[in-house]
Design a protein. Structure first.
Lengths: 306, 306, 306
């Protein structure tokens, strides 16, 4: 018998139990191994809708492909031409989608915890899947990161994971540090001091990159989110790369078993030397691949909840 | 044997016979009851194209879902990136779509009766379905409104229907007043005097909302179409609500069997007090649901015409 | 046994052998005759992605319909909301699409030979199909033009083909003159002298339209590409039509068997008198029809290459 995590709305990994997360990971791996229809064919059409208020190639397309691999019908809401432009609230848009027969909605928004008034509304009968909420969380990215690490090392216990870079603007950093800690990994932070604050101290030390580079199993480089920095950049690309990036020199000091991760899109030669992106230690392409299977598991889990 | 209205182009309800309308309504109800494939599977792929020159969530997505429920392939034309931007006319766009093998085109445009040179062109072999033509008509909305009223009351004869609000800018008001009159209902109008003109006198009286509220079976509130009012708004939201809106106080005076309708999107606390939107008398969500089935019936009717 | 041209990437017709082109044309005709599934149903889902950096109705929609007729799943990349807006390169976008499991990517770009670093990258596992590269080539248009001429005349040998108009900005002109020459047709050029240069001399004479009109089998009118002319237009529409366009008077001088072609969108009454567009000699609608079948053959060829 296949065990499937039954999750009504997938909005934050922090709210999931360890068992639910491990079930999702197991199911994602199963989808990956077969790359085929594992799911019981639905008796009726399932309609998914994607609502992306922020630009995205990976997350959006990855969900789309996952939806189509599960045989779902997909409604792509063009945020710029929808009635949201006539001043309609997200709540009323979901009332509409629910009435039209949409079963699951994937939303990316810059509003933290945008789902709070959606998931308890009796009038809305859609499963909500969080595709990222501002600087809040990015739970499907967290799941695919966990999947990539688990694939490589089998377990999380006592792994040393460095999260490096634009910490305060990163949805990924927060979810990953919490989940990895929960599963027994040790976190270390690095990057510019200006992009670090006391929020992270509870989870791990803050160290210069050169002090940790030869001690970590996983090196997670974060994207410099130029679009979220209002004030002028304090660093040139070259400076950033030299001070906080994975240069070719630093890469040589990595342990043999160490892997490089990045949520992408990458600023080549800023966070990572361009040549390293496609090097054997880099699991960046694997992360993207795993994203599709992790999202299939998520969509299956919410559709199986009722 | 299933009776299906065979309509070459669905462009205005006014051009349909009563029998055609009743057949469409019957078929829409059948789709709703089964929510399944009633239609004889087409032997070959059917391609539908959606061309929306004006923003729309409900109508556009509702047609999309109806198309997919009927197993059609859907071409979404992005009006902003198509050759319409290179100065191509709607006529030449339809020549192209027809040549590419598109069978049915749903168009929303701000040009009244935009279809006139399209439906008689020998070179264009597409069925045209009107998704709204400026302040002209909105026939699929009319059909779903009729469906919602018929579901509630069984028939239209002698029903008292009030249409309230932005009459002169409303595609919905015109089609509904004509069709409901044809089927024996009595129409009353209300709202700001500035948004009413002699065009409506033939169909019914114009009365203050407080004079009719306890006498109607159906209260159709129209959306204040801010985007069509060029001159500055004459009313604040609060004023409009107090003078012409369905306030909580007015709602208490409604007959027991009375229903509240609105084509949506709603300006909450303008046309209707927000809490009333999800109240038992409100059929607004039901209207949206019925929209999918009404549009399935329309698409089936045009595809069955040849 | 069905012969299918196996082409890894369809980027320029100039790189194809005559045999490959003739196989593609044969296969396109077969698709047209049956308008049905000729292709061996793929065992697994095929994902196609469309990336159009320039406006297009015909090419884009034609590829989409071809993809759907072949049963492919289609990912429409909205260039304006994708991570390309965050500064991501085309290379990295294709790395992503490849990782997500996309099998074939159709790209239209204004960058000449944009595919050069894409098709040899070991990390990118997508077939590239060129939907037009700036003023470079437009190979699928060339194939549909060849198909239309072949349908009409059976062969290309000794056909007299005039290519008229905006030669220097035309992707179509270059590919067509080369391929038609290769297959034995005779090319003649016409149009404004400013839009002609020595590049074309190798392929044929440059003559006034009135000197060639009664001697050609195929009259290919090119679109005046207003959006590519930076400096102000040298001609009014009326002047252009009178001097270089196919007027009603000129059309009377065409040979009985001559056909009129145009890649569309047409500037009516500029390149061609509006009434002639739908006249019996005009194969413009047929070109659009053939576009779908030519693109089915192209997509089949790249998917059959491995």
């Amino acid at each position: 018998m296949t065990l499937i995590a039954k999750i009504d709305h997938f909005v934050s990994v922090e709210d999931l139990t360890n068992e639910q997360i491990l079930l999702l990971l197991k199911r994602a791996s199963a989808f990956k191994q077969k790359d085929s229809w594992l799911w019981d064919s639905p008796k009726k059409q399932i309609f998914a809708a994607n609502l992306f208020f922020e630009n995205s190639t990976r997350t959006h397309n990855s969900f789309y492909i996952a939806q189509r691999k599960l045989g779902m019908d997909v409604l792509e809401l063009d945020v710029k031409t929808s009635s949201l432009q006539k001043g309609e609230t997200l709540y009323d848009t979901l009332v509409t989608l629910s009435a039209l027969g949409v079963n699951v909605v994937v939303i990316r928004s810059n509003v933290k915890r945008y789902w709070e008034n959606l998931i308890n509304a009796p009038i809305i009968d859609c499963h909500v899947v969080n595709g990222g909420d501002g600087s809040g969380g990015h739970p499907s990215q967290c799941l695919l990161d966990l999947m990539t690490i688990q694939e490589e090392f089998g377990a999380f216990s006592d792994l040393r994971v460095a999260i490096v870079g634009d910490l305060i603007h990163s949805r990924v950093a927060r979810s990953n540090m919490q989940m990895l800690t929960r599963f027994g990994a040790k976190i270390i932070f690095s990057g510019p001091k200006e992009w670090h604050n006391e929020e992270f101290d509870h989870y791990g030390q803050f160290l210069p990159l050169d002090d940790l580079i030869d001690k970590v199993d996983v090196l997670m480089m974060l994207r410099v989110q130029h679009e979220r920095h209002n004030n002028q950049q304090n660093f040139s690309k070259e400076e950033y790369h030299k001070l906080y990036g994975l240069t070719k020199e630093r890469a040589k000091r990595l342990q043999k078993r160490a892997i490089i991760m990045h949520p992408a899109p990458i600023n080549r030669d800023v966070e990572i030397a361009s040549v390293l992106v496609e090097s054997p230690k880099s699991k960046i392409v694997e992360q993207m691949k795993n994203g599709v299977y992790a999202r299939m598991a998520i969509l299956e889990a919410v559709m199986s909840s009722r």
